[in-house]
Design a protein around this ligand. Structure first.
Ligand code: SF4
Length: 212
């Protein structure tokens, strides 16, 4: 069944309000750091930490000039702190050396930085710079399959499918609303179909697709 994206968006807006992320940040560099810290960690925990972290680290040089052990200690509560500290050091170094200290505002360019995957590049560019971005996280993978917006499980293929079928001006909004929907209603183990306005749009609800 062909999907009515306008109607799906309207219902998602009705359920979740304005599309948004839950990470707190005030500039593209902060969003980049928060995104790295949010791997395998809740946004709530990241926000609690960055409230103080961003007072200490304000510039790229603040991250570069500090011993990695100190950065590890500062980000420890978010887990996987050794890998994350290494990633942060590398990402800020590349931003400084390759991009004159400016966080890139282009998805393809950003994703060439070691430590930044396609999902993170889409998130940062889409949210911090307001550019059209399809952010395929675990919720978007599950939801786009359940609703029937794609038959693919591979994030890059899902991104391509949504890029093909959705109006560019709705890319970022749709991604963010799907993530909110996955977090609060269409949960992985038990989708809250009884509270969902998408029943008539959803393949999973209407006739048992695999449901991921
Ligand atoms: S109807 Fe159920 S499975 Fe479909 S999107 Fe809504 S909560 Fe998820």
């Amino acid at each position: 069944m062909e999907k009515d994206i306008d109607s799906i968006l309207k219902k998602l807006r009705e359920m979740h309000g304005k599309a948004r992320i839950e990470l707190v940040y005030s500039n593209p560099l902060e969003l980049t750091i928060s995104t790295i810290l949010s791997a395998q960690c809740t946004d709530e925990r990241v926000n609690k930490l960055t409230k103080t972290l961003f007072k200490k680290y304000k510039t790229i040089d603040d991250y570069l000039n500090i011993p990695v052990e100190e950065l590890e200690e500062d980000i420890k509560p978010t887990g996987f702190y050794r890998n994350k500290a290494k990633a942060i050091k590398n990402v800020v170094r590349e931003i400084k050396e390759r991009f004159k200290g400016q966080v890139p505002d282009d998805i393809d360019t950003f994703s060439t930085i070691k430590g930044i995957g396609r999902k993170s590049a889409n998130l940062i560019v889409g949210v911090a710079f307001g550019k059209p971005a399809i952010i395929v996280d675990t919720h978007v993978i599950r939801l786009s399959n359940r609703i029937g917006l794609t038959k693919n499980k591979d994030p890059e293929k899902i991104e391509q499918d949504l890029r093909r079928d959705v109006d560019e001006k709705y890319y970022t909004e749709l991604s963010l609303l799907l993530t909110l929907h996955g977090r609060y209603i269409c949960k992985a183990k038990k989708p809250g179909c009884e509270n969902c306005l998408l029943q008539n749009d959803c393949d999973y609800y209407r006739g048992g697709k695999d449901g991921l």
